[in-house]
Each structure stands twice: as C-alpha cells, then as structure tokens.
Design a protein around this ligand. Structure first.
Ligand code: ABU
Length: 413
C-alpha cells in the first residue's frame, strides 16, 4: 500500500500544473472518506435517505448559479458523461420516436467549436448519431466559436437535407480556457429551434465569482449545462453534474420501471429515475460539505486566489524575452512557448527530472505548454520555481529553428 502511495503522481503537490484539477478542499476530502464508509447508493430514497435531499439541495444551488430558475440535474461520473446525458436528451427531444424505435438512417447534426471537448465526437459515436455528423465550427483568435459561421453552416446543412439538432458551446475550453460567446450562440440555436448545451465542465465555476460570471453571459439561454466541481472547486474526483432548464425532462427520458427498486416515496427523491447509472456514489455529499464549510464567499475567494497565480505566471511569460504567449488567458490555463524550443520535449524533460508535471496542447496550430493554476494552495514562489526550472531545462534542449530560418541556415552552409 505505501509503495503505491509513493508511486502515485502527487496531484496536490507544489510541482503539479498538469490537469484541470489539483489540490484538495479539506472538508470535501473528509466527506469523500465518510461517503466511502457510509457506502450508500443514490438510486432510491429508501437506501440513500438524507443523501437524496443533499443532492437535490446542491443541484438547486447549481441551477440558481446558472439562472436555471425551475431547473433540474443529476450528478454524473464526469464531464464526458454530462455531455452524453445532454446529447441523449437533445436527441430524444428532437426525435421522440428514437427511444423506442432506434435511429437508423438519420442525419442528425451536432455543432461544436473546433476547440470543443473530444467527448462530443465520442458521444456522437456512442449514440449512433455518427462521429461525422459532429460539425466543428472554426474559432476566432481568442479561441471562441464564431456565431456567424455557425449560423451559415446550419443553413447549408438544412439545404443539404441534414437535420440540425444540437449546438454545444464551451465555457472554458480544455487547452486555451476560452469562453464561447454564449449569448450570440444561444440566439442562433434558439432561432433555428435547436437544443443549446453548454459544456462548462471547466469554466462554469466562474458563475460563482462576481467579477468573472460575465464570461458566461447568456448561460440562462441554455437547455442544459455540464458543471464539474471536481475541477476549479477542488472537490475530490469525481464530482460533476448535468443541469437542465426543464424540470421533469431527465425523468422523461431516463425513467424505467423497476418494481423491485422504485417502490415508494416520491419520484423526486428516487434519484435513480433520472440518471443513466443505477448504483451511484453520493458525490453531491462532498460538494455539500465543502459548501457548508466555505459558504458562497468561499468559492469566490478560491477562484480569486487561482486567478492571482495565473496572473503571476502570465507576467513571467509577457515580461520574459525567452517566452511567447500563445493566447490571452481567459481562465486558469496559461498557454505559451519557450521561443525556439519544442514544448513537448520541455514538458517531458521537466517530468523526467522530477521538477514539474505540466502538459502541452495545440493552440493556433502549434504545440504550446499549458500551465494550469487550479490549486489555490500554491504560492507565487511555486510559480517562480516552475519558471526557473523550465529555463534551466530549456538551456539543455536543442533549439528548433522555424522553417524559414532553417531553410536560410541551410542555404548559407
Ligand atoms: N476534460 C478532461 C480533463 C482534461 C484535463 O484535465 O486536462
């Protein structure tokens, strides 16, 4: 056991900048351990008891943050499944016959941005919509979906005999952390009568921050929203929810008769009548525990600390002549390059020397380092050490000349 602990990457440590989650909220970790000991399941009130009430209360708080007045929701194993639930509901709302009759031979189309999450394509395959029916709309220089291109593409598809079905905007893209213009995209979706889903797995937490929630302006236009407290809110994995505007919609599409299980109490407390899973952990409990501990202000303080770290890292990049910012950060990911050095090799070298765990991604067609400042327990000194280590490692990594410079160099030899 001790060996396994020793060999596990330290996602709460001061050298971890690799994922969209990091660190721990202590009260949530305590609730997670208690949840394992209580070992209940969320499908019926009979077995979940107070945990059903807790989940309903937490869903209500998240719906309030999203402006989903009389909304509903369910906890899911992660953002990919949250997006899947939304796509299932969107499909069944567009074609009510599919649940019983299947969907052979249809050409339903889903729209997301070129920087949207890969689960959209994966889910389209799982659902039988077909991966090729996911249309990726180009992004602008800030990494945001272009609403005008979206509208034109939908018109074009209608003329070609497709059935546009669902638009999926992203609030906090996985690499650049960009926010799609939700108001404009929502207007296009409404105008065309399409389901409007927002993948806020990363960025929906900004709804709980006074100065940041404007980045999700238009969120209340959405039919559904993926919201992952296990990312910015520091709740132990998994803790993710899928919210819908319309109460009763999840039950409409996921309820099944099971005489041995759903026997009494109100449907509102038999939460298995609106989830994909049958047996299900009480993931709402750890979020509820942290919310009781921190209060509404706690989330705001947490995000403010995360943003301060991000700004400190950004200063390193814009003020250091060795670096180049790849895209202006909108949330908690900083994408940059060390001039002339391959980002993937630098990340590998940092990991190999045990100096840092940080990932790379692609922005604007080139590989960039993606530094994530999601752990508010870190200090600016941890960021300083990261950049010192990066520069030290970089000194020993061969410079890669840009194509033109390389050709020039060849000609002169
Ligand atoms: N969207 C899944 C997690 C991605 C990340 O942590 O980098």
């Amino acid at each position: 056991m001790t060996a396994v602990v020793g060999l596990t990457p330290k996602t709460s440590g001061p050298r971890f900048f690799n994922q969209l989650f990091a660190g721990r909220e202590p009260s949530a970790s305590a609730a997670e351990m208690m949840g394992a000991l209580l070992n209940t399941s969320m499908y019926t009130y009979k077995v979940a008891g107070v945990h059903s009430l807790i989940e309903n209360e937490v869903i209500e708080r998240l719906c309030t943050a999203a402006g989903f007045g009389d909304g509903d929701g369910t906890f899911v194993p992660g953002g990919s499944i949250g997006n899947l639930v939304a796509m299932v509901v969107a499909t069944f709302e567009a074609r009510p016959d599919f649940r019983d009759q299947g969907m052979a031979g249809q050409r339903l189309r889903v729209y997301t941005s070129a920087d949207g999450h890969y689960s959209v394509r994966k889910n389209a395959g799982i659902l039988g919509l077909g991966r090729s029916n996911v249309v990726e709309i180009p992004v602008d220089d800030a990494g945001r979906m272009r609403p005008d291109t979206l509208a034109a593409q939908i018109e074009c598809d209608l003329e070609d005999g497709h059935q546009p079905m669902c638009v999926i905007a992203t609030a906090g893209t996985t690499v650049a952390g960009a926010f799609d213009p939700l108001e404009e995209i929502g207007a296009v979706a409404r105008d065309k009568g399409l389901w409007f889903h927002i993948d806020g797995a990363f960025g929906a937490t900004f709804l709980l921050h006074t100065d940041q929630r404007h980045k999700l302006k238009g969120v209340a236009l959405a039919d559904s929203l993926t919201f992952n407290p296990h990312k910015m809110m520091g709740i132990p994995l998994p803790c993710a929810a899928l919210l819908v505007q319309e109460k009763g919609l999840l039950g409409k599409h996921f309820n099944e008769a099971a005489d041995y299980l759903f026997q009494q109490d109100t449907e509102e407390l038999n939460l298995g009548t609106k989830s994909i899973q049958c047996g299900r952990r009480n993931d709402a409990f750890k979020l509820w525990a942290a919310w009781q501990d921190l209060g509404d202000d706690g989330w705001e303080r947490r995000v403010t600390r995360q943003l301060k770290l991000l700004q400190h890292a950004r200063r390193w990049v814009v003020e250091g002549e060795e670096f180049e910012l790849a895209i202006e950060p909108e949330s908690l990911t900083l994408c940059f390059v060390v001039k002339g050095k391959p980002s993937d090799v630098l990340c590998e070298q940092l990991a190999e020397h045990g100096l840092a765990q940080v990932g790379f991604g692609v922005v604007g067609g080139r590989k960039v380092i993606r530094l994530v400042t999601v752990n508010p327990e870190l200090g600016t000194a941890d960021i300083d050490r990261f950049f010192d280590d990066l520069l030290a490692v970089s000194a020993n990594v061969k410079t890669v000349l840009p194509k033109e410079t390389a050709a020039e160099a060849l000609r002169s030899t």
